[in-house]
Every structure is written in structure tokens, then in C-alpha cells.
Design a protein around this ligand. Structure first.
Ligand SMILES: [Fe+2]
Ligand SMILES: [Fe+2]
Length: 233
């Protein structure tokens, strides 16, 4: 899908669009049990608007794409298989139908959502437009830190992933998206700890630092507690 850079500025507050979408999205995302709830969308929106204020880009494209980017997760739950963001685009288009946005903005939103999970450590398309970069960063910022840890364990419970498997080493090699992590702790170690470095924007890299440190400390303490190591320090 091609995107155009020529967006007309309609001078509309992005919150007007979000308020229009919120009711419909709340109903749709009630079905979620995988850590991709409406709360994740609200937090992704919040990060996305903050990043847009620092990094630029079309605020309408950034805001709307952040708020409806994970429709494919609900479709995956319903169909009991992985539904890709690309496959979800016809449903995304339905949500966009009643919004007074330009054709270019609509195409751009669909493009950003289609590519939002193609991060630089997987082999997919690397996005170059600031709006898609911001969506990826906002989504990844909510996958790390305290909230990221909770979401990771919630996902694990929903998908029968164990908390920790001490028989599998916590490897430090390059992360491959197709690898199945042995436990939630492995997922935090193998993927989430790396996300900060792979953020697209400078602002997101800065925000990720503290969150990454917290996850490192969490894993360290978890392993100590799991192995009954006692420390008075
Ligand atoms: Fe997603
Ligand atoms: Fe997401």
C-alpha cells in the first residue's frame, strides 16, 4: 500500500476523532483476554500523542492509528489463529468509515497499522515515515516497564505459558521473532529487554531507559527468589 505525504490540514482536534471511536472500540475490545485490552490502546494513544508532540508528523494519523492498531488481536482470539495486521485492514476501514478525514490520511492510517509489528529486529519492511515509526514506538513503550511485565504474565496465563523454566538458559543472542520463548521470564529477557534499543525515535529511546532498567532488576530478583537465594543487602 502506498502512502502520500500530502495531508490536508483540516484543523480538527484529534480528540474529536478518538471520542467518536471510543464507544465502538470499547465494545469490540471487551472480548480481549490477551493483554491487548482497551487500556493498552488508551496508553498507546497517550504515548503516541506525546511522541508526536516531540517528533512531529500528522497528529490525526498518529492518534487514530494508535487507538485502533490492535484490531488484529481480537480477530486472532475470535478465529483461534494468528490474524496479521494486514488481514485486519478491512475491519479497520469500517471503523474509519464515519470519520471526516482525508483519503490520504485514511491510506496512511491503514499503512501504519499494516506495518506496526515489523520492528527492526524482525526481517519485515522497515517503515520510514515518522507516523508509522511513532506507532511502533508507542506500542513498544507499553510492552516494557512495569506495565510490560504485567501484560507479559497476563498473556502467559491466557496462552498457557509458564512463568519460568530454569532448565532453559536465558540466552543473549540475537532475538528471532519466530522463536517461542520458554516462559514469560524468557520473553522479558529475550525480547522486551531489547526493545528500548530498537526504538525508532530519540524520545522513545529516552523513555525506554528507566523501564528497561526496571525489567532487568525484576528478572534478577525473580531468579534470586526462584532459587531461594537470600540477601540482606
Ligand atoms: Fe499489534
Ligand atoms: Fe499493541
Amino acid at each position: 500500500m502506498e502512502i502520500s505525504k500530502k495531508h490536508e490540514n483540516k484543523n480538527v482536534d484529534v480528540k474529536v476523532y478518538i471520542d467518536k471511536l471510543r464507544g465502538k472500540i470499547q465494545d469490540y475490545f471487551k472480548k480481549d483476554a490477551s493483554g491487548h485490552s482497551i487500556d493498552h490502546l488508551e496508553r498507546t494513544l497517550n504515548f503516541a500523542l506525546y511522541l508526536q508532540s516531540k517528533e512531529g508528523g500528522d497528529v490525526v494519523v498518529v492518534g487514530i492509528s494508535a487507538f485502533i492498531h490492535d484490531i488484529h488481536r481480537i480477530m486472532s482470539n475470535e478465529q483461534n489463529r494468528f490474524v496479521s495486521p494486514k488481514e485486519s485492514l478491512p475491519v479497520v476501514e469500517k471503523f474509519l468509515e464515519e470519520l471526516d478525514i482525508t483519503f490520504d490520511q485514511k491510506q496512511h492510517i491503514l499503512y501504519s497499522i499494516e506495518h506496526h509489528e515489523e520492528y527492526s529486529f524482525s526481517d519485515g519492511v522497515k517503515v520510514t515515515d515518522i507516523e508509522s515509526k511513532i506507532l511502533q514506538d508507542a506500542d513498544n513503550l507499553d510492552a516494557i516497564g512495569a506495565m510490560g511485565v504485567i501484560r507479559c504474565f497476563k498473556y502467559g496465563i491466557a496462552h498457557n505459558v509458564i512463568d519460568y523454566d530454569p532448565t532453559v538458559p536465558l540466552y543473549q543472542n540475537k532475538y528471532r521473532e519466530e522463536d517461542v520463548d520458554a516462559s514469560s521470564i524468557h520473553h522479558i529477557n529475550n525480547k522486551l529487554l531489547r526493545l528500548g534499543k530498537f526504538m525508532n525515535t530519540k524520545t522513545a529511546k529516552k523513555i525506554a531507559k528507566k523501564k528497561t532498567k526496571l525489567m532487568k532488576d525484576f528478572i534478577e530478583m525473580y531468579i534470586d527468589e526462584f532459587t531461594c537465594k537470600i540477601s540482606e543487602e
